[in-house]
Design a protein around this ligand. Structure first.
Ligand code: ZN
Length: 252
């Protein structure tokens, strides 16, 4: 099933589900008990919002060998984690704003895990039971500031630097899906999720050995090789096979 957050003209944002080209509201809590109402509103008539409201967004650095190579760094021996603030969340179709502090903002196409059942000290074997679903993300990064700061909070944390969506797919299989990124229709990144150094179960186990995961929390699983610059007027498109396509324009 595909879960969205959406808004129609005069109504407050709400969760919904997608059936073919229509959307229907969901009543209750999508992470525990809910009821689906009939899907009768055309998808084209609603504004899609970022499909989760996470308490935290955890990201994995250098989780693809080829991406580590392009930056001349080693693949880490244990997952390298950092965070983006929830204030950086951007809706599907929303505009990525290039901040004046950076001369080199880049796209990072990523598979994103959405946590369903929270927990601490989750084992790799238990991890699947804690996954609500998956979505498509772009870990937008001010590469020059990432290098000069050492700590990555500024480089990764600007408002609009965390687009994800357009929906959460609760049936998606993350084992071997092609992740691509295009800028203005030109291919930039392409790899399969099977090339990830640490898989979904290992990542959930590692992160939950550090911090309690809550329903709705996001894990950005790292980006393949081919990251590159964004400039004003660009349109950046991240697509994951059988999952969805996330498109965002870029402005100064
Ligand atoms: Zn990333």
């Amino acid at each position: 099933m595909r879960i969205v957050r959406y808004q129609t003209k005069n109504e407050a944002p709400r969760y919904g589900w997608v059936l073919e080209n229509k959307v229907g509201p969901i009543e209750g809590d999508i992470y525990s008990q809910y009821r689906r109402l009939e899907a009768e509103t055309p998808l084209a008539e609603v504004k899609l919002l970022a499909p989760a409201q996470p308490s935290k967004i955890i990201c994995i650095g250098r989780n693809y060998v080829e991406h580590a190579k392009e930056h001349n760094v080693e693949v880490p021996k244990v997952p390298l984690i950092f965070m983006k603030p929830p204030s950086s969340i951007l809706d599907p179709g929303g505009t990525i704003i290039l901040p004046p502090q950076s001369q080199q903002v880049e796209h990072e196409a990523e598979l994103v895990i959405v946590i369903g059942k929270g927990g601490r000290h989750i084992t790799p074997e238990q991890a699947q039971a804690h996954v609500f679903g998956y979505t498509v993300g772009n870990d937008v990064t001010a590469r020059d500031l990432q290098k000069s700061d050492g700590q990555w909070t500024r480089a990764k944390g600007f408002d609009t630097f965390c687009p994800f969506g357009p929906w959460i797919d609760t049936d998606f299989d993350p084992a071997d899906a092609v992740v691509t990124c295009k800028v203005n229709g030109q291919p930039r990144q392409m790899a399969s999720t099977r090339d990830m150094v640490f898989n979904v179960g290992q990542l959930i186990a590692f992160i939950s050995s550090v911090m309690t995961l809550e329903p709705g929390d996001l894990i950005f699983t790292g980006t393949p090789a081919g990251v590159g610059p964004l400039k004003p007027g660009d349109s950046v498109e991240v697509e994951i096979e059988d999952l969805g396509k996330l498109v965002n324009p870029v402005a100064a």
